[in-house]
Design a protein around this ligand. Structure first.
Ligand code: BG6
Length: 369
């Protein structure tokens, strides 16, 4: 049932192009307009939404961070992302015009379920983004947007994460369409970009051997840092989480802009640092800022492991290793940039002789608070 792979995790990483493609399938009508069938909330209610709060735990919460950048940019609705267990107990400001988006692979995470219940008691509408049909959270939500990643067996999430990000993009585009934030042809173009992503994810997976070899050479690392900016920031957080979960290495993700405000003190000779580089075609000179960050840490001895877009010649001079990913629109880049980090964590854990499907102390679904 591992389909010839050494682990479920390896199989599920390879399933990712399908997980994204299947999540996109059947979402448009004959006229090319987005239709989200499982979204049973009155359109007038969705038009009136003035705040979105994403609640989730672990990897699912990082998909919410990516969603924040996309939904705010496309829909001009403020989006907060909160760990479900923190949301529930801080007396959050939630009312009838708040849309709460609960993201969960299992649909059974108790912390997330309690957040859903609390939000609905306060009058909010809840949309859940869920992978497991027949689970509890979609039953208790006002609407559900299913991810079609298929069953995820490995404890650490991979394909469900990519499918969650994809579903969040769909929700954002749907809201933009409904509320008139975007012209139909703009939405159609973004959907075309999205439909192109499975092929590009496949390319990243096919380039995985170089990542694996790098990971094998680093199996004695005891601390690894991850930097990213904009949508690269949640990718950095997820890369660090994967390494903690699978390889039991102390790993931490930072917003690259924070570097000089603290984390740069951690850099010494040989310190491995992954850096997720934004597209050089993106706006706001983010690319050059992150390239400067790479220079700064390298000058202090860091070993720089850089994830960069094909053709980004500028990073080459400052990177010890470059993991190339295909060109993609900035907001969609997380679907590609996280894949080398997943492969890295898996390969490093394997090199340490660890069970990547069943890491110690972790459960696939935590059904207690
Ligand atoms: C953790 C899992 O216990 O729960 C993570 O180990 C997962 O992989 C998190 O991201 C949230 O789970 P779910 O099912 O709500 O997405």
């Amino acid at each position: 049932e591992k389909g010839g792979f050494d682990s479920f995790m390896d199989k599920e990483i390879h399933d990712q192009p399908h997980a994204v493609a299947d999540t996109l399938l059947g979402r448009t009508d004959a006229a090319g307009r987005l239709v989200l069938d499982d979204l049973r909330i009155d359109e007038s209610v969705l038009r009136a939404v003035n705040k979105i709060i994403v609640v989730a735990c672990g990897t699912a919460a990082y998909s919410g961070h990516v969603a924040k950048y996309a939904i705010e940019h496309w829909c001009r609705i403020p989006v907060e992302v909160e760990l479900a267990h923190e949301f529930r107990y801080r007396d959050p400001i939630v009312d009838e015009r708040t849309l709460v988006v609960a993201v969960t692979q299992s649909g059974e995470t108790m912390d997330t379920l309690m957040a859903v219940r609390h939000a609905r008691e306060q009058g909010a509408k809840v949309v859940s983004i869920v992978n497991t049909h027949g689970s509890t959270i979609p039953r208790e939500s006002d609407a559900v947007l299913y991810t079609h990643a298929g069953p995820e067996i490995a404890v650490a999430s991979t394909k469900a994460f990519l499918a969650q990000i994809t579903a969040a993009y769909l929700l954002g585009l749907y809201l933009a369409q409904l509320r008139g934030n975007k012209f139909p042809d703009e939405i159609a173009a973004l959907l075309d970009d999205l439909r192109d992503m499975p092929r590009k994810i496949q390319t990243v997976i096919e380039r995985g051997e170089y990542v694996r070899a790098t990971a094998r050479s680093m199996s004695s690392s005891d601390k690894v840092l991850f930097l990213g900016r904009h949508v690269g920031f949640p990718v950095a957080l997820e890369g660090a989480l994967k390494l903690k979960e699978l390889a039991y290495i102390h790993a931490e993700g930072f917003a690259a802009g924070e570097l000089k405000h603290g984390p740069i003190a951690l850099i010494d000779e040989g310190q491995p640092v992954f850096v997720v580089v934004p597209s050089p075609r993106g706006r706001d000179s983010l690319h050059s800022k992150v390239v400067s960050n790479i220079q700064e840490i390298r000058a202090r001895g860091a070993r720089t492991l850089v994830i960069a877009e094909d053709g980004d010649d500028e990073v080459r001079d400052y990177a010890d290793e470059v993991f190339w990913i295909p060109k993609a629109p900035t907001l969609l880049q997380p679907l590609l940039a996280v894949v080398p980090l997943q492969i890295f964590a898996m390969a490093l854990a394997t090199a340490k002789g660890l069970d990547v499907d069943q890491p110690r102390n972790l459960a696939k679904s935590v059904t207690v608070e």
